[in-house]
Design a binder for this molecule. Structure first.
Ligand code: NDP
Length: 332
């Protein structure tokens, strides 16, 4: 089978398309009980880090990256799955600690798999992929903490033109929220308006630190894919008892803030983890994504790539130059 193999090269790593023996899948995960013929995988920010050897996410080489995939079950010893079943996988450290979706086949534990929701094709499920799934988890967390479309005000999305951001903007707008989108790229303004953003904010406005720990209450809530200085600034602008769903660190992982937004405004900082998310919540997030993501918008934010194009695209995602989502087509 063909696989994009990542190997150590000097102080870094090198990815190359190779023919490998399928038996290696079982050797790498002896207690795996389902083999999936992968149809699509995707390129996420974390895949970008892995493909460039950043963050020590992979400890064992050679490695097959790809943190998510969709495809048909080929072999199964798991009671919930049989050959031919359409499935999707995100998280569980697949593509990091375990071999992932950048190959014609993947072997995983059945408990990690989710049946493909009926309303989605493989291609659309992966156009959503880890980024879309995480955007939905973030929105669900904001709603669990009181956010609702009837409230007067705006919801902020940072890193808006990226994968998580694009899905968050589209879904929030479809649910009836007024969405303000933060981007560093002038050329994405029309794109973000087409997804449903009613206001576009330049990244520089929120990247600059404020000398006041609390500012005007500007946002009902926020889906934050950027972290760092922008998250610190946004916390001081959240309305009374509003929440920030912290998803990512594209702008850095340091967080220099004060306790005042929490003490004086009751702001909630909600951590979003898509990797170990429990099964019931996982299924609910996919159900709601299939129900609320406008499919025409999903198609419009998706570009397709092949395994051999990933080393180059992985550099672009780390530089914040990818717009929307990249779906990876398997060979064959
Ligand atoms: P993308 O690269 O597609 O999007 C990130 C966006 O952030 C970019 O498009 C850009 O948006 C903005 N950005 C990039 N660099 C900077 C910077 N230096 N300062 C400010 N903004 C910046 O990545 P994803 O959407 O796939 O992922 C976003 C983040 O979420 C990543 O950190 C990722 O690791 C994390 N993540 C976390 C998950 C979890 O379970 N918690 C799951 C999935 C992702 P623009 O050009 O519009 O400014």
């Amino acid at each position: 089978m063909k696989a994009l193999m990542l190997e150590e090269a000097g102080k870094g790593v090198k990815a190359e398309l190779k023919d490998i023996d399928e038996a290696q899948l079982t050797e790498r995960l002896p207690d795996g009980d389902v083999t999936v013929r992968v149809t699509y995988s995707t390129l996420n920010y974390k895949d970008g880090m892995i493909l460039n050897g950043i963050g020590r996410l992979v400890r064992q080489y050679p490695h097959v990256p790809g943190i998510d995939f969709a495809g048909e079950v080929e072999k199964s010893e798991h009671p919930d799955f049989k050959p031919g079943d359409p499935v999707i996988l995100t998280g569980w450290r697949v593509g990091e600690a375990h071999w992932g979706g950048y190959a014609e086949k993947a072997r995983v534990k059945g408990e990690w798999l989710v049946p493909l929701p009926e309303a989605l094709t493989f291609a659309r499920a992966m156009a959503l992929g880890t980024a879309g799934f995480t955007a939905m988890l973030a929105i669900m967390a904001l709603e669990e903490h009181g956010l609702e479309p009837s409230q007067q005000g705006q919801v902020l999305v940072t890193g808006a033109a990226g994968g998580v951001g694009s899905v968050a903007v589209s879904v929030l707008a479809r649910m009836g929220y007024s969405v303000a989108a933060v981007t560093g790229r002038q050329e994405t303004h029309d794109y973000l308006r087409a997804l449903g953003a009613s206001e576009i904010i330049d990244r520089s406005e929120l990247n600059a630190p404020s000398d006041k720990p609390l500012e005007r209450e500007r946002w009902l809530g926020c889906v934050d894919a950027v972290g760092g200085g922008m998250l610190a600034r946004v916390l001081g602008q959240i309305a009374y008892r509003g929440s920030v769903a912290a998803v990512g660190l594209a702008g850095g992982n340091a967080l220099n803030t004060t306790v005042l937004p929490f003490l004086l405004r009751g702001v909630n900082l909600l951590g979003i983890d898509s990797v170990m998310c429990p099964k019931a919540e996982r299924a609910e997030a996919w159900r709601r994504l299939a129900e609320t993501m406008p499919m025409d918008k999903l198609d419009a934010i998706t570009q397709r790539a092949r395994l051999e194009g990933l080393p180059d695209l992985s550099k672009q995602i780390l530089e914040g130059r990818i717009q929307g989502r990249v779906v990876v087509e398997m060979p064959g």
